[in-house]
Write a protein that binds this ligand. Structure first.
Ligand SMILES: NC(=O)C1=CN([C@@H]2O[C@H](COP(=O)(O)OP(=O)(O)OC[C@H]3O[C@@H](n4cnc5c(N)ncnc54)[C@H](OP(=O)(O)O)[C@@H]3O)[C@@H](O)[C@H]2O)C=CC1
Ligand SMILES: O=C(CO)COP(=O)(O)O
Length: 342
């Protein structure tokens, strides 16, 4: 069945998703605020700023008319950086109807208060058909046709099945989850640890060290997420371990590149500016460390990175955080916490 879909955001991820769905034969419009970009995509089939060298499907229609894009669509993917997500969702609220499906693909927190993108979407008074998409989805690899998969999380079966129908392709697999909190937190939190891994790589640490950092990162991420109601098992899946591996090892990750640049001697501001695209991990780090303090959660890697980036601490303090912190359980959910995981 052919669906009418729109993707909000003209960045690299919004563009690859819109392109997959157009290739799948759906009617797809991609909303962006930049008129020149709209013209370029419609005339040349290219989004040269965010996804150079990736020819887009001829039926993908770029538009700057938000009202029409929403009215014509049964499913809306919001692919806007977390900083502007709330503002864009507020703009579309008067255009929503109870049957429209809203999906977030954004991996971050609202910078104004501690909440996830799904919390922002749920506040709309009209539709509760809501889901989040997250997984190892480096946009440029998807555009190049490399195989990957993602997780569609929603408590609503219709939402999950609709997203699978829209996006499944010979190179893109979709898996279902009901653990929205876990999937969404996994996607947001891994960006912190991609920065740490970029830094570590710039320091030329060995593979043992990289493996330890990634594994302890997974422990921190799941500890944090479980305290907000997530299922720790979600972190073994594509949205957890899958995305952590992709983002912590690939120079295509903007967060990894921020870490690498800082590890090579650049300032945080300089590194973010040079990338020219969103690196969500920087805001996420601030929000998460604040929450960890409030809830007394032990997160030595995030804490060490925060001191390095925001308090001018030396690199050694990050290493110290990891190497001199408490050494207790390897997999804490399998051992000491609550009988249900034993
Ligand atoms: N790229 C990737 O590999 C993946 C990204 N994600 C997540 O998807 C989200 C979007 O990322 P991505 O596409 O990479 O971002 P990019 O940095 O590539 O692009 C951001 C897009 O959002 C637009 N935008 C920003 N603010 C506003 C606003 N107030 N109103 C309208 N448009 C706005 C920008 O428009 P303009 O150019 O006009 O500023 C631009 O089109 C992020 O949370 C990211 O973590 C998830 C999976 C993979
Ligand atoms: O989330 C991503 C891949 O799954 C993209 O990571 P970056 O935002 O670090 O580029």
């Amino acid at each position: 069945m052919k669906h009418s879909v729109c993707v909000l955001g003209g960045g690299s991820f919004g563009t690859v998703l819109a392109n997959i769905m157009a290739k799948n034969g759906h009617q797809v419009s991609q909303w962006m605020r930049n008129e020149d970009q709209v013209e370029e995509i419609n005339l040349t089939g290219l989004n040269s700023r965010y996804l150079p060298n990736a020819p887009l499907h001829c039926e993908l229609l770029a538009t700057s008319n938000l009202e029409q894009a929403i009215r014509d669509s049964d499913t809306i993917f919001v692919s806007i950086p977390s900083k502007s997500f709330e503002q864009v969702v507020q703009r579309i609220e008067p255009l929503l109807t109870a049957d429209k499906i809203l999906i977030s693909t954004t991996k971050g927190f609202n910078p104004n208060r501690f909440e996830l993108m799904s919390d922002i979407m749920r506040r709309n008074p009209t539709t509760q058909k809501i889901g989040v998409l997250s997984g190892p989805n480096l946009a440029k690899e998807i555009a190049a046709g490399h195989m990957t998969g993602s997780v569609i999380a929603s408590s609503d079966e219709e939402v999950r099945h609709q997203v699978i129908e829209l996006l499944k392709s010979p190179t893109f697999r979709l898996y279902e989850s009901k653990d929205c909190t876990g999937v969404e937190l996994a996607g947001a939190l891994k960006n912190i640890y991609a920065i740490v891994c970029g830094l570590a790589k710039a320091m030329d640490v060995g593979e043992n060290t990289m493996s330890m950092i990634m594994t302890r990162s997974l422990a921190e991420m799941s500890r944090f997420a479980v305290s907000f109601g997530a299922n720790p098992m979600t972190f073994l899946g594509l949205a957890g371990m899958g995305d952590l591996i992709a983002t912590c090892t690939s120079p295509l990750s903007r967060n990894y590149r921020v870490g690498y640049a800082i590890g090579s001697g650049q300032s945080l501001g300089g590194a973010v500016l040079a990338i020219g695209e969103v690196a969500e991990g920087v805001n996420t780090l601030k929000m998460v460390v604040d929450e960890a303090h409030k809830h007394d959660l032990y997160m030595p890697l995030a804490e060490g990175l925060s001191k390095l980036l925001f308090e001018n601490a030396k690199l050694e303090s990050l290493i110290g955080s990891m190497m001199t912190g408490e050494q207790k359980w390897d997999v804490e959910f399998a051992t000491n916490k609550g009988e249900k995981y034993v």
